[in-house]
Design a protein around this ligand. Structure first.
Ligand SMILES: NC(=O)c1ccc[n+]([C@@H]2O[C@H](COP(=O)([O-])OP(=O)(O)OC[C@H]3O[C@@H](n4cnc5c(N)ncnc54)[C@H](OP(=O)(O)O)[C@@H]3O)[C@@H](O)[C@H]2O)c1
Length: 336
């Protein structure tokens, strides 16, 4: 039987939870009898039950009504079921205990704690497994999660607002918005998809940012990481009010990223001024640069973003896409 359509439905189901399940991957699961859907489940919130367990629990309510035995059913899940005891019990155990004998999987889980062992465990318990159905869609849907497990570090994106003449801010310290309200709203959604936002001490002191994701949908807020050695930070400032922050005295970019590579964090959005942004670019660890460029110049009193002729292309990035947001242009660059 061809399960692609049902797998795509499970992928869509999972997608609804991309802001609440992170930093976990999103996962969708559908249980069918022949091609009739019996139940559906998704991993809805970080730390909560996994998709397979939710779908199995829903199916149990229909046993004796829509089907007799779980052996009649096929479970379709977007990601390989977990095989280890994490925040919840292993999904392979739930599947084996349910009596389901047929499992269709989208992509293998790249997490070294799973990575094929979930499939092996199912097969060794007499479950027929077909893996790799729409695998690329699942990998794209969980891009940061796959990147982290493959490259052993979080995906790093720099976001900057730039004047037309390539400046970050005015040297005399006068605060001014560079980009439009619509671009600034777009940034809120960019924050919402990331696991962490990283900034520097001068930005927090000069700009007094909140640096949370102000969106009108539920989400697991990104953790805020502040790199600063200042001893006189005002902890009553907006940035610190939600207590969802960490201050690091470390200045070595590789060491900082190494620290977060050992955590759940799969993606970091760097929102800082030119000093810290250039330290990140020098580190060679940046995967993407997003520039919101306005039509206005800041002039000679403005501080340049980039060292090399003031363009990001000279630093080993190529333009991937570019489009208008109101009067600004959003340019996305990826590493060559
Ligand atoms: N246009 C934009 O998109 C945008 C975005 C953010 C900020 N800004 C502007 O940028 C100005 C601040 O610029 P800035 O360049 O000083 O930025 P910053 O974002 O404050 O970064 C520099 C600070 O980061 C900390 N840091 C730790 N490790 C570092 C490292 N390896 N390399 C560099 N810094 C490190 C230090 O904090 P401590 O000194 O506290 O130890 C350093 O002073 C702000 O006034 C703001 O207006 C513009």
């Amino acid at each position: 039987m061809n399960y692609e359509d049902l797998m795509k439905r499970a992928i869509s189901l999972a997608d609804q939870y991309k802001y609440t399940a992170k930093p976990n991957p999103v996962v969708g699961c559908i249980i069918v009898k022949n091609k009739t859907i019996i139940s559906e489940g998704a991993h809805k919130e970080f730390g909560s039950h996994h998709a397979e367990v939710n779908a199995i629990e829903e199916a149990k309510k229909l046993q004796g009504i829509s089907f007799v035995s779980f052996e009649e059913l096929t479970l379709i899940c977007t990601l390989e079921p977990c095989n280890h005891l994490g925040k919840t019990g292993p999904c392979t155990e739930a599947i084996i205990n349910s009596g389901i004998k047929n499992v269709i999987i989208g992509a293998e889980d790249p997490n070294p704690l799973v990575s094929g062992s979930g499939i092996k465990n199912l097969i060794s318990h007499g479950v027929a497994v077909q893996a790799g159905v729409c695998a690329e869609l699942v990998q794209e849907q969980n891009k940061f999660f796959f990147f982290k497990n493959t490259n052993k570090r979080p995906y790093i994106t720099i976001k900057i607002a730039s004047s037309k003449d390539g400046k970050s801010h005015l040297a005399d310290g006068d605060r001014t918005f560079i980009t439009s309200k619509e671009s600034r709203q777009d940034v809120q959604e960019l924050r919402a998809i990331h696991d962490a936002i990283l900034t520097g001490g001068n930005t927090v002191v000069n700009d007094l940012p909140k640096m949370n994701a102000r969106v009108n949908f539920p989400l697991n807020q990104p953790k805020k990481i502040l790199l600063s050695n200042k001893s006189n930070l005002d902890l009553s400032a907006e940035f610190f009010k939600d207590c969802n922050y960490e201050i690091l005295n470390e200045t070595g970019i590789h060491k900082i990223i190494e620290k977060y590579s050992k955590t759940d964090i799969t993606s970091i959005l760097v929102e800082a001024g030119p000093k810290l942004v250039n330290s990140f670019l020098d580190s060679g660890l940046v995967d993407k640069v997003i520039i919101y460029e306005s039509q206005n110049n800041l002039g000679p009193n403005g501080v340049n973003w980039f060292k090399e002729d003031n363009t990001v292309e000279k630093l080993g990035f190529k333009l991937e896409s570019s489009y208008k947001i109101e009067t600004d242009t959003k340019k996305i660059y990826i590493k060559c």
